[in-house]
Design a protein around this ligand. Structure first.
Ligand code: NAI
Length: 215
């Protein structure tokens, strides 16, 4: 996985992976009108050590003040900026079947700046329908659509046999990042970002943990 974001260049992937969780906790604190929090309290809530929190946030220049703790709203906003959530991130979904439609139906991407511009499918029966206001377009219109919109991210929810070739084509048309749900390795150029999401793998890990504790 490559990362071309300047502000996160030297930050380890492990830290980047933890940031969305900080962001979520701070968002909840904000909703509950908590205005500041010490790293100790945050660590208790998140079950991460206070020193881990300090180390993680020091990667971005701190944000905490000795004896005061963290300003929740400020820290939430700053982590949001680091994650690029202060900008609109347009995305498209390739494959408007069960999973593609489920993603389009999820309401909580927009508040974080993710805007789904369209779903694309080969099935003429799906073309023209809307899912929560997002239209399903014919896959044949994809190239023009990408070239005429500011879209960097594509979610892949099509059959795995089609995913790698489709992704390569989309790279030629300008897509920079894939949220890949198809259970296949995409093997794209180094500068293209891929985030694989495989529910089955996570379930297998759970299965391993259940069975490894059995005697
Ligand atoms: P589905 O069969 O309901 O939907 C697939 C859709 O892709 C269909 O509407 C089909 O017409 C469309 N399609 C086929 N070829 C296409 C192409 N070349 N371009 C655009 N659209 C095309 O399948 P479902 O359940 O939604 O799964 C979709 C994909 O996501 C599969 O690869 C499946 O293995 C994967 N999946 C991954 C999960 C994960 O955790 N990563 C969980 C569930 C499914």
């Amino acid at each position: 996985m490559a990362d071309s974001n300047k502000s996160t260049k030297e930050i380890s992937p492990a830290v980047i992976k933890r940031l969305p969780r900080y962001y979520r906790y701070l968002g909840e604190l904000k909703e509950n009108e908590v205005s500041r929090i010490s790293s100790k309290e945050l660590s208790q809530r998140m079950q991460v050590t206070a020193s881990q929190i300090r180390q993680d946030l020091n990667n971005f220049g701190g944000f905490g003040q000795q004896g005061y703790g963290y300003n929740v709203e400020h820290l939430h906003a700053e982590i949001g900026k680091i994650l690029g959530l202060d900008k609109i991130n347009n995305l498209i979904i390739i494959g408007a079947g069960n999973l593609g439609q489920a993603l389009a139906n999820y309401q909580h991407f927009e508040p974080n700046g993710f805007r789904i511009l369209g779903l694309f499918d080969v099935n003429p029966r799906l073309v023209g329908i809307t899912v929560r206001g997002v239209e399903v377009y014919d896959i044949d219109t994809l190239e023009d659509f990408i070239k005429n919109h500011d879209i960097k991210i594509a979610a892949l929810t099509l059959p795995k046999q089609m995913a790698p070739e489709m992704a390569r084509e989309m790279v030629d048309w300008g897509i920079k990042a894939f949220w890949n749900f198809a259970p296949v390795d995409l093997n794209l150029p180094e500068d293209i970002m891929v985030e694989n999401v495989h529910l089955a793998e996570s379930l297998m890990t759970l299965s391993y943990r259940i069975h490894s504790t059995e005697v």
